[in-house]
Design a protein around this ligand. Structure first.
Ligand SMILES: Nc1nc2c(ncn2[C@@H]2O[C@H](COP(=O)(O)OP(=O)(O)OP(=O)(O)O)[C@@H](O)[C@H]2O)c(=O)[nH]1
Ligand SMILES: [Zn+2]
Length: 294
């Protein structure tokens, strides 16, 4: 049996599509270890032209996951960038955006916010408010576009990166992916065919190559993004507006909730910290304390 390295490009239940030397092998895991995810580099045994079995996982540089009270789910690994897609429609949830940013910060992956659907009239004010807070105050990069028209602005951002596109359902992730990676069009079509034939399909994150050194992973259908796996002591570091002032509170282990002499609370009272972001911080800390679903 031949052994070689491959890249997990998507998964369906306990089947993983592994690309190796230009071919895609439907693979299952040998032994008990079945937790592989798109972006993983793995060692495979080639069984035949279409099939292989995964024997080993090459250690990951990073791993993105979401979690609720009960379990966590891995989404993708070995990323260099997280593109968080938002749009005024169908149902913008600022908590989702904040969760994605915290996820990026906690994994040390660079986040970029894409505001899509700029062709809609209501997007102008929406984008302005978000730019004031997330770009001008917090320092995140924001790209505004209308994926229906074109995604040319994204070209420079995607070059030589492995990017995960993440966002609520309906914000335009597939539209972006289809524009950037023509091969994705065909795959979306295949899924649509399955669906009309009544066959059960769950859509999963899929990796597409933009060029030899740039990959895009489309992750469909997320509605929420729990962060129950975070370490409570570290959460404050993931908020740039809090991080910059840590060490100025009376207590070194201040959680910035109700402790006396808290610099963060002082800044909040002086409107130097956005109150919605602070409320999100408190929600996160309280959830981690009680590990309750939110
Ligand atoms: N007006 C406008 N509509 C857009 C734009 N981009 C995407 N849409 C529309 O928004 C809807 C959802 O787009 P998708 O690309 O399927 O969204 P998605 O984020 O992949 O959604 P899920 O697969 O459910 O996660 C479609 O009807 C698109 O045509 C845009 O720039 N402007
Ligand atoms: Zn404090």
């Amino acid at each position: 049996m031949r052994q070689q390295q491959g890249l997990v490009i998507n998964s369906h239940g306990r089947f993983f599509n592994v690309e190796s030397n230009g071919k895609v092998y439907q693979s299952t895991a040998k032994g008990k270890k079945t937790e592989f995810v798109v972006g993983d580099t793995v060692a495979i045994d080639i069984i035949n032209d279409n099939q292989a079995s995964i024997t080993e996982l090459v250690p990951r540089n990073n791993l993105i996951y979401r979690s609720d009270h009960y379990r966590s789910k891995i989404i993708a690994s070995n990323l260099s960038q997280l593109l968080i897609v938002i749009a005024v429609k169908p149902n913008f949830n600022i908590g989702f955006l904040d969760s994605c940013l915290i996820c990026a910060e906690s994994s040390a992956i660079k986040p970029v916010i894409i505001i899509n659907k700029m062709d809609l009239p209501e997007s102008t004010e929406f984008a302005q408010k978000l730019t004031d807070l997330y770009a001008n105050t917090l320092g995140y990069e924001i790209i505004k576009l209308s994926a229906l028209n074109n995604c040319e602005q994204l070209g420079n951002y995607l070059k030589n990166q492995r990017t995960l596109l993440i966002g609520q359902s309906g914000v335009g992730k597939s539209t972006i992916t289809n524009q950037i990676c023509p091969e994705a069009n065909a795959k979306t079509g295949e899924i649509a065919k399955y669906e009309t034939s009544g066959r059960h399909t769950t859509t999963h994150a899929t990796l597409y190559h933009i060029d030899g050194n740039s990959d895009l992973i489309d992750c469909p259908g997320l509605q929420e993004f729990g962060l129950f796996h975070l370490d409570i002591e570290k959460v404050a570091w993931y908020f740039p507006e809090i991080r910059d002032h840590l060490g100025n509170c009376k207590f070194h282990n201040c959680l910035h909730l109700n402790e006396p002499g808290c610099q963060i609370k002082t800044m909040l009272n002086e409107n130097l910290i956005d109150s919605n972001r602070y409320a999100f911080y408190c929600r996160l800390i309280n959830n981690l304390k009680t590990k309750k679903h939110y």
